[in-house]
Ligand binder design. Sequence first.
Ligand code: PMP
Length: 405
Amino acid sequence: MSTSQRLLAEADAHSAHNYHPLPVVIASAEGAWMTDVEGRRYLDLLAGYSALNFGHRHPRLIEAAKRQLDRSTLTSRAFQHDLFPAFCAELAALCGMERVLPMNTGAEAVETAVKTARKWGYRVKGVAHDRAKIVVAENNFHGRTTTVVSFSTDEEARADYGPYTPGFEIVPYGDLAALEAAVDEDTVAVLLEPIQGEAGVHVPPPGYLTGVRELTRARGVLFIADEVQSGLGRTGATFACEQEGPSGVQPDMYVLGKALGGGVVPVSAVVSTDEVLGVHRPGEHGSTFGGNPLACAVALEVLAMLRTGEFQERARELGDHLRHELDLLTGGAVREVRGRGLWAGIDVAPEYGTGRELSERLMARGVLVKDTHGSTIRAAPPLVVSKEDLDWGVEQLGAVLAESA
Ligand code: PMP
C-alpha cells in the first residue's frame, strides 16, 4: 500500500464524509504547484476556490505571517491590538467604503451581512418588527450555515437541515423583472454574487448589476455583493462589481473572504457605510477570532499586494489568454466556456464523462481541478501561474478530452 493509499484510508475511516476529495494527498506546495506525499507534482487549477489567488505560500504573505507570529496572534475583540485600525481603514478604502466588520469564514461574513441588513431595516428603514425580507438568486452559493442553506436552491446543500430560516425570497439570477416584482416594502436587501462561482462561473447579462443597483437605490433597499469568491483580483479587477458597464457599480455592502486571508488564515469581512454598519452596538454581534492580529497582519499584506494592481492585471491578461486557448477546444467536447479574468466554467458534453471523471483523468496527468455540477469543470488557477504552466494545463485538458472521444 502506498503512503497516499494509507493516508486516504485513514482519513476515510476517521473523518466525516462530507467531502469526496480527489485521491491525492498533498504534502507541500509553492506558487501554482502542489507536491504529494510520493513526490508527484500537480498544477493547482482550483486555488482553494480562490482563497489562493496569490498562490501557495507567497513569500510576502509568509513573511508577514512569520513576523506576526513573533509579536502576537490573538487578543479577542475584548482588547484592541495595534494592526486592527490599519486593517479596517485600508480595507474600507479599497472598497470605497467607511467601516469594516471582520469575521473569519465566508459563511460567517454572509451571516453578518444578513444580520446587518435586517437590523438596518428595523432601525433605519423602519420595517415592522420581524418582517424583513432579503431577496436572493437561484443557484446561489453563500455558504453552509443553517440560515444560508435556508435560501439555497441546491438540494444537496439543503436537504434535511430544516427547519429553515424564513425571510428570504428566491428569484432567477439575471432576471431584473423578477427581482423588481419581488422587492416590496419589507425588503431590506438584495444579496447576490456578481458572478455565480459555485454554480459554474455564470456571468449575468450585461446591465443586470446596473439594474440591480438602480432598483435597490430607488426602493431604499441595500445591495449586498457577495464577492467572497469573485473579489480580490480573480476577475481581472479588485471587485467583479467594478467591471459592470463603463464605470462599474458600487454596492452598499461587500462581503469578502477567501483571498483576504492570503490562503494562510481564514479572514472575512463585511465592508459598508457608516449608516449601515453603524447599526451595531457593543455586544450585538461578534466573533472570538474575527480581526485577530495574525489575520490582520496577513490581510494587510494582501491589501498592499492588491494596491499594486499587478495581480488584477495578471488575471486580466492571463484570463484573456486562457479563454482564447479554451475557445480552441470549444465545439466538440467543450460545449461552453464562461467566465471572466482567470476564472472559467467549462461545460463538457456529458458523453465525455462527468466532471468528476474528467477531474480524475486530469489528476492522473498532473492537473488538479474541481468539478462543479454535472459535467462542468471550474478553472481558477492562482493568479501567479505562469503562462507556460497555464498552457500546459489546458493542453492536458485537451488530451483528456481527446482520449475520451
Ligand atoms: N460566498 C461565496 C460566493 C462563496 O463562493 C463561498 C465559498 N465557496 C462562500 C460564500 C462561503 O465561504 P466559506 O466556505 O469560507 O464559508
